[in-house]
Design a protein. Sequence first.
Length: 242
Amino acid sequence: MEETISLQDLFKTIRKRLGLIALLTILAITIAGVISFLVLTPVYQTSTEILVNQSPSETGQLTNQNIQTDLQLINTYSGIIKSPAILDQVVEEMNLDMTTDQLTSKITVSNADQSQIVNITVQDEDPAMAVEIANTTASVFENDIQELMNVDNVTILSPAVLKENPSPVAPNPMLNMAIAAVVGLMLGVGIAFLMEYLDTTMKDQQDIEDVLGLPLLGIVSPIVEKAELGPDNKTTSRRRAG
């Protein structure tokens, strides 16, 4: 015998366990909020822009060939910026209490398509430290690339600046709480249906028919006893009293 569940049964189960679903959802949001605001450490982000550009030709103009060469070099430069050759000097110059691998994990190098601008993005728990790392990395790269590649086509276009009131990029409490709300809601609905599935008690005549597979012939109604005396009983009682 196949058992089917209708949409009415689904909504009935959800309505029956609505309190449990709401409780789990609120609990998940609360936990996410506490962790985001009180446990996780804020992370700040800043970036430095460097320009990759060849020196003008003898005619005083940049040719398309030079621009294409610069674009091809950008991928190479991105790898060089995060290489130990550069970051070892950054760690030494700033006297950082971290390894080169730890510093590498804080730095992201990127550039827009067909753009000669390279962004050095740094994330750190200290906004001032993030700014200093970004600018030092760009400065070291600008100086060392002349010896490494025998070129002089890198210029710091826009150094990182410490804002007056920097805002962290992580964690995002609102996003975390929204995700927690969805997870809590799904968990609550799942537990509600699980509890309904594990509940094997028969609550009405429809449950009896579904379990036994037999039609219901009748229902025994509860009998309410009433201690009320009729007119005849009242007369008999008076005679016995007399």
